[in-house]
Structures are given as structure tokens and as C-alpha cells.
Design a protein around this ligand. Structure first.
Ligand code: ADP
Length: 280
């Protein structure tokens, strides 16, 4: 995968840029940053290269992994890569735990390193294309990505702020199969001209019910910090892609049953999805 080679270069470039250009934005036209990268573009006819943006709790993982199954490209979540690293208790684990459990962002070099390794493993299996979830998360990361490949589409998932905290606090994961569930029942009353919103819980099947765990960073204090960091560092990434005409804004109208068909429609995938489920 050419993307991989270029990401590897970006990884090195990010480290070099940090040393050589501290205080300067990558891509500012100075002698540092993506200028050092070969700016080849991916060939026509390749698989989709999509990015999902959205606040913690919005459902990026849920929708992007569903779409990945539908359109046949891998779902790559940098949050999952970080959690895998934490679970493996490798040399980075204690440094990562300290960062993640305070709701902060992992340094670019580490994230790009994890992402490069994931792409490399995917390449070995013949994967092409991707749906990235959780990357890029800063303008600097977006510039690095833009410097190495073409992103076709960036989906910005949006959900009413009142629901985000409740969704993070209600999140449960099956420690055995990794299934994602949510025990929160969200019922926002309509007021000031805004409609109400109801999101029913997504309860686990009986065989998962006794194995549920919560993410260590899904505490009220840490979720609030993650939301603050999102607004400060990731919101500008929305503008980055908006200016490039790549941003698709999608307001989630409610839970999965209401939102999924509308998202497919917004992505012009409605027919494909119907055909696929009819064929199944
Ligand atoms: P969220 O639910 O807050 O969107 P994720 O599951 O995507 O969280 O990521 C969990 C944590 O992993 C983040 O809070 C952050 O510490 C780290 N992380 C994930 N992706 C990135 C990234 N692109 N850059 C820096 N840190 C990241």
C-alpha cells in the first residue's frame, strides 16, 4: 500500500519536524513538515479513504465500523489502537495510561507510529482503503495526512451536547467479544423550538451481560476533559476539511434505528445497503 510507505515517511517527518520546527505549524510553507514528504496522490479507482470526526460519545466507532462492513474497507480506530497497546502492557503502556486516563491526546509520533504499524499489518493482508476513526484529531495531524494521501470524504457526526456525556457514561463493552453496548436511555425534552430526542439503550445479549466492562476514560471528569480537548484541538479539523470541500455534516437524529438509514442516504449508499441485505 503506497499510503503506508508515505505514512512511514510522515512518521519520520513528524519526529524530525518536532525537533527542527518547534513552534511552527507544519505545512506553513516553511522548510519543514509535509514539504519533506513525497506528495504523490493515490491512483484513481482505489478503495474509499474516509475519515470520521465527532465528539466523544457521538458514535463514531459504531457508525464507522458498520460502514466498514458495508463498503468493504477496514475500520481503523486510533482509540482502539491505543487501547490495544494499553491492554498488551507493552513498553508504552504506562505512558499511554497516564495520558488517556486524563483525557489528553497522545503525542503525534506515537499515534502515527501505531497507525503506520496497523496499516502495515493491513497491507500484509491485502487491505486497501480505510475508514479512519479518531485520526486526525488535530490540524497538525490533518496536515500530515493530507500531505501523504487523498482523503475522499470526512463525515462529521454531530449529536446534541446533552446526550454526549450520558452516552459515554452509559457505554459498556463485552470483555469477551468486544461488543459495544449502551445502557443509557436518553430522553431530551423539546424546548425553545428544538425538538425532543429519544435514544433507547443498546442492551447486550444475555451471553455478554455478565462480562460488561467500562472504558477507564469514561468517567464524568475525564469525559468532560475529552470534550474540552475536542472543542479546542479537534473542532479546527472540521474547518480544515470544510475549507477543502470534503466535510459532510451529519446531525444524528436519534439512536441507530433512526440514524443509520439516514446516514446511508446522506452517503448515497441506501441502494447498496438494501441490495446487500437482500442478498444476505
Ligand atoms: P473518544 O471516545 O474520546 O473519541 P477514542 O476512543 O477515539 O476516544 O480515543 C481514546 C483516546 O486515545 C483519546 O482520548 C486519546 O488519548 C487517544 N487518541 C486516539 N486517537 C488519537 C489521536 N489521533 N491523537 C492523539 N490521541 C489519540
Amino acid at each position: 500500500m503506497a499510503v503506508l510507505k508515505r505514512l512511514m515517511l510522515a512518521r519520520a517527518s513528524a519526529v524530525v519536524a518536532r525537533g527542527l520546527c518547534s513552534g511552527r505549524e507544519l505545512g506553513s510553507g516553511s522548510g519543514c513538515g509535509p514539504k519533506q514528504l513525497p506528495l504523490q496522490r493515490s491512483p484513481e479507482g482505489r478503495n474509499r479513504q474516509w475519515v470520521f470526526l465527532g465528539c466523544p460519545g457521538v458514535g463514531k466507532g459504531t457508525y464507522s465500523s458498520r460502514l466498514s462492513g458495508l463498503v468493504g474497507v477496514p475500520h481503523i480506530s486510533t482509540g482502539d489502537l491505543v487501547r490495544d497497546e494499553l491492554a498488551a502492557s507493552g513498553p508504552l503502556a504506562s505512558q499511554l495510561a497516564e495520558i488517556v486516563n486524563h483525557g489528553k491526546l497522545v503525542p503525534d509520533e506515537i499515534i502515527i507510529d501505531l497507525l503506520s504499524k496497523r496499516l502495515e499489518a493491513g497491507e500484509a493482508k491485502g487491505e486497501t482503503g480505510f475508514i479512519l476513526d479518531g485520526f486526525p484529531r488535530t490540524v497538525r495531524q490533518a496536515e500530515i495526512l493530507e500531505g501523504v494521501t487523498d482523503i475522499d470524504l470526512v463525515v462529521n457526526l454531530k449529536l446534541r451536547e446533552e446526550a454526549l456525556l450520558a452516552k459515554c457514561l452509559g457505554r459498556r463493552i463485552c470483555s469477551q467479544c468486544g461488543g459495544n453496548y449502551n445502557i443509557a436511555s436518553i430522553d431530551i425534552k423539546g424546548e425553545n423550538g428544538q425538538p425532543g430526542m429519544y435514544m433507547s439503550p443498546l442492551l447486550p445479549p444475555p451471553h455478554c451481560a455478565s462480562k460488561l466492562i467500562t472504558r477507564s476514560d469514561d468517567t464524568e471528569e475525564v469525559v468532560k476533559e475529552r470534550l474540552r480537548i475536542y472543542n479546542e484541538l479537534t473542532k479546527p479539523v472540521e474547518d480544515f476539511y470544510r475549507q477543502r470541500g470534503k466535510l459532510l455534516e451529519f446531525d444524528l437524529p436519534g439512536g441507530i434505528p433512526e440514524s443509520w438509514p439516514k446516514l446511508l442516504q446522506a452517503l448515497n449508499l441506501g441502494d447498496n445497503a438494501n441490495k446487500k441485505s437482500a442478498a444476505a
